[in-house]
Write a protein that binds this ligand. Structure first.
Ligand SMILES: [Zn+2]
Length: 96
């Protein structure tokens, strides 16, 4: 059986696991533990998590910009409505 040899970045211990199991962790992005119990991720999983964080940050920033735009549009519309109301009131009072 093929084995994958890993080194824990925290305690430095070398340990092995079946290659298929390591592949499973790599594909799923799940964490695993060294024999001392330190939580580890496969390098691919970390990169995936970072890529997801960047993607989320971009999406979030885009949403913030969209919300700000909408907020500005609502303020502008409020201004228009107030102006129109004043015009109508003026016509009603000063009327014919
Ligand atoms: Zn460890």
């Amino acid at each position: 059986m093929e084995t994958a040899i890993r080194q824990c970045p925290e305690c430095g211990i070398d340990f092995s696991m079946p290659a298929w199991l390591y592949e499973l962790y790599r594909l799923s992005g799940e964490s695993y533990h060294c024999p001392q119990g330190h939580k580890m991720y496969t390098p691919g999983a970390l990169e995936q998590a970072r890529a997801n964080a960047v993607k989320f940050e971009r999406w979030y920033n885009g949403e913030v910009i969209a919300v700000n735009k909408l907020s500005n549009q609502i303020s502008a519309l409020r201004g228009v409505i107030t102006k129109l109301k004043k015009q109508l009131d003026g016509k009603a009072c000063g009327g014919r």
